[in-house]
Design a protein around this ligand. Structure first.
Ligand SMILES: *[C@@H]1O[C@H](CO)[C@@H](O)[C@H](O)[C@H]1NC(C)=O
Ligand SMILES: *[C@@H]1O[C@H](CO)[C@@H](O)[C@H](O)[C@H]1NC(C)=O
Length: 246
């Protein structure tokens, strides 16, 4: 008897959670200083993101983890790799700031620019291909440091109704990533031959901008799916009257 009533009560509890966690500063839809409010709200949410915020459908971001990802880069002389990144961890995103933005909630306009001062990625890898004419077929560890990464994101919000509430769906999700400086360190090349490894890392870093341009579509796809999931989860879980009260 008791267990039955608990089951019946559960869906009600979920509905009652149709409010944002207390620590999230909500911003009024017609606030003339909406950008400033969202900057503060974003900072509040981010400061809690180390372990994610399950009640908002947000996964931990510092480190952001993925079990495994298979990447195929390029098809030209600079780089040409088929690589599995195993257990990549990305650190630094908690220090992001919302630098600029343009919002019109009624019209569904969302345009944002974020700055991530330092990102550090470490991952095991297993792959083969060519980098700058050097044939690579190995496994090891790759570390990447970036400074001043600027991420832009925009989407069109389309209103729809779900469970009698007004929600917003994200359409035409577009992102771009610009990085001021990248430093790469690959370990495990050439059966651990230190001299060859050092020379290759030097060459990679001297040409890192060209390599980045080649790899960018794949990196962008990866960042986009992560960001799209996080944003969609929030807009899916909460109606617009909760996210942006009038
Ligand atoms: C790369 O080029 C080869 C030969 O031109 C082609 O067969 C292959 O489909 C291309 N791969 C990709 C991923 O574009
Ligand atoms: C990369 O970032 C890590 C973590 O912040 C740091 O320990 C390391 O020294 C950095 N490497 C370089 C070359 O800047």
């Amino acid at each position: 008897m008791l267990s039955q009533s608990i089951f019946i009560l559960l869906p009600l509890l979920v509905v009652a959670q149709n409010t944002l966690p207390d620590f999230v500063k909500t911003c009024k839809r017609y606030d003339p200083n909406l950008l400033k409010c969202l900057q503060e709200s974003f900072a509040d949410v981010l400061s809690r993101m180390a372990n994610g915020i399950p009640e908002m459908g947000l996964r931990p971001i510092d480190p952001a983890t993925v079990e495994q990802t298979h990447l195929v880069f390029g098809n030209n002389s600079a780089i040409n790799m088929d690589i599995n990144m195993i257990n990549p961890k990305i650190y630094g995103c908690m220090a992001s700031t919302l630098r600029d933005g343009l919002f019109d909630i009624d019209k569904g306009i969302y345009e944002m620019e974020f700055l991530i001062p330092e990102i550090y990625m470490i991952s095991e890898f297993k792959g083969n291909g060519n980098v700058l004419m050097i044939k690579i077929n190995s496994n090891g560890v790759i570390r990447v440091n970036t400074t001043n990464c600027v991420v832009t994101a925009k989407w069109d919000g389309k209103y729809y109704e779900k469970d009698g509430e007004e929600h917003m769906k994200l359409e035409n999700f577009v992102m771009d990533v610009m990085i001021e400086k990248i430093y790469v360190d690959v370990e495990g090349l050439f059966g651990g031959n230190k001299d060859l490894q050092r020379a290759t890392n030097k060459l990679i870093n001297e040409n890192v901008d060209v390599l980045y341009e080649e790899m960018k579509p794949v990196i962008l796809q990866f960042v986009k799916s992560f960001a799209f999931e996080a944003n969609s989860n929030v807009f899916d879980a909460f109606p617009m009257r909760v996210l942006f009260p009038k």
